[in-house]
Design a protein around this ligand. Structure first.
Ligand SMILES: NC(=O)c1ccc[n+]([C@@H]2O[C@H](COP(=O)([O-])OP(=O)(O)OC[C@H]3O[C@@H](n4cnc5c(N)ncnc54)[C@H](O)[C@@H]3O)[C@@H](O)[C@H]2O)c1
Length: 444
């Protein structure tokens, strides 16, 4: 782990006195909620990465009477300040290790960019915290496995932020499929389409990092590079509100483009509905064909996942927003008796000709964010598995990462999902892990 950089300028006037210079002592340093708190006590929650997604999480947490948000950490002062304004009495931190040292924090929400999820989660587990970690759970498959191991080793509750599992419309879709109403399903299609042509996120030049951002600690385990506004990606207006989703998503060092940003959500439902954990092979084709911006991830991609009994595709277009089946994103399950469409708002069942299946149309979809966080808090208190435990979230994240490995290597990936190995392709296999910078390590 990198040493605390005590000499660094301290922009954080609000940082809890005394905590900033301490180091993580490792092991079960923090109390476990179930061991110490009575049933009526409030769960003390910290947030690491107080960005756009975490704003929603904070809002939901503040709405729970049995939760107190006691600590907030961000390396970007305006986002930290936002959290501290909203969470009355919470302490602020620039360095997450100081937050993890706080024994009174029972659980943390990890809302940092993908390249940080593994370190934040593993070290939080080591420090005895339960964790709600955003999807994709990691940048690489190997990191994800280490997160699963840490959750088990330290006996932690870890919920993955695939909140569609807490949206009743997906539950309804899954029930229909599990009942066998659609017959045998041989093909599943998933997609997101939009049009950002021609300039996408633009191509701002590298520059000095803003004075209120700790760029080195934002990069963390990722390679040291000059600051670029699109790599960092957060853009706030004068009121402090986000003007777009952060664009780190489109750089390989921090994320995996649409394949992992959205693909994980859709493929997570496919795994749940089809009762599978991993494909046996994956191929992909695409490219950055038209957009003239400085993103690295493709603007056009089709990935094909071969499971033992069905084929699944993920399709993403960023330069043409023509919807499939009238919808900009979603999932289609094609069965011998009928087809089911589902996304966050809608569910539709269309019988095959001659089938006695009844048509169905519902627009009862709800976000699922608050319910998913509620499920996490309940699991923390009851010491039970949450709706999307870390192993499940790891499998859903891994399949999307394999899509990217197939795209980046240009090869068909043959996947041993039991051992989590790519067969017969050393280059593709090397993409299952990305070396960390400097002293950052998941191995303590
Ligand atoms: N579940 C969903 O539907 C959903 C939706 C959007 C985003 N997400 C996920 O949430 C995560 C964050 O996405 P976002 O759009 O909110 O990004 P964001 O850039 O707006 O927020 C990330 C925050 O983390 C901070 N950060 C970076 N390094 C840090 C560190 N070492 N310690 C503490 N803070 C650090 C950044 O400064 C920033 O404020 C991503 O993994 C993304 O995939 C999930």
């Amino acid at each position: 782990m990198a040493p605390h950089d005590a000499g660094r300028r301290s922009f954080l006037k609000t940082m809890a006195a005394g905590a900033a210079g301490t180091t993580l002592s490792g092991g079960m340093t923090a109390r476990s909620y179930a061991r110490i708190a009575g049933a009526n006590d409030r769960v003390s929650v910290g947030i690491i990465g107080m960005g756009r997604m975490a704003r929603g999480h904070l809002n939901n947490l503040l709405g729970f009477e049995d939760v107190q948000v006691t600590a907030i950490c961000d390396v970007y002062e305006p986002n930290l300040a936002y959290g501290l304004r909203r969470a009355d009495g919470a302490d602020g931190f620039r360095d997450f290790r100081a937050l993890l040292d706080r024994e009174d924090v029972d659980a943390v929400v990890v809302g940092s960019p993908d390249h940080w999820h593994a370190l934040h989660t593993v070290l939080a587990c080591q420090a005895g915290k339960d964790v709600y970690v955003e999807k994709p759970i990691s940048l690489t498959v190997a990191e994800g496995r280490k997160m699963v191991e840490a959750a088990h080793r330290y006996d932690r509750v870890v919920q993955v932020g695939t909140q569609q599992r807490s949206n009743p419309i997906f539950r309804q879709a899954v029930e229909i499929i599990h009942r066998g109403d659609l017959g045998e399903i041989s093909f599943v299609r998933t997609w997101n389409v939009s049009n950002a042509y021609p300039d996408g996120i633009g191509s701002p030049p590298d520059s000095a990092p803003p004075p209120d951002l700790d760029w080195d600690l934002w990069l963390g385990p990722a390679p040291r590079v000059a600051f670029n506004p699109n790599r960092f990606g957060v853009q706030l207006n004068e009121q402090g509100d986000y003007t777009r989703w952060a664009t780190f998503r489109w750089f390989w060092d921090y994320a995996g483009g649409m394949m992992t940003d959205w693909g994980v959500h859709l493929l997570d439902i496919v795994h749940w509905a089809m009762q599978v954990d991993y494909p046996e092979s994956v191929s992909a084709s695409g490219g950055k064909l038209l957009l003239r911006d400085n993103r690295e991830t493709p603007d056009t991609l089709v990935a094909t996942f071969r499971y033992p009994s069905f084929v699944c595709t993920y399709e993403n277009r960023v330069c043409n927003g023509f919807p499939l089946e009238g919808r900009g994103y979603g999932i289609l399950f094609h069965g011998t008796r009928g087809t089911l469409f589902v996304n966050r708002q809608e569910l539709e069942v269309v019988p095959e000709a001659g089938s006695d299946l009844q048509p169905l149309a519902s627009r009862e979809g709800r976000g699922g964010h608050a319910a998913h966080m509620r499920d996490f808090i309940d699991a923390v208190k009851a010491r039970t598995q949450p709706v999307c435990d870390i192993e499940t979230g790891h499998r859903s994240s891994s399949v999307a990462m394999l899509g990217n490995i197939a795209y980046r290597s240009g090869r068909r990936i043959d996947w041993d999902g039991q051992r989590e190995r790519i067969l017969g392709d050393d280059y593709a296999a090397s993409l299952l892990w990305k070396p960390y910078r400097g002293a950052w390590s998941l191995d303590g």
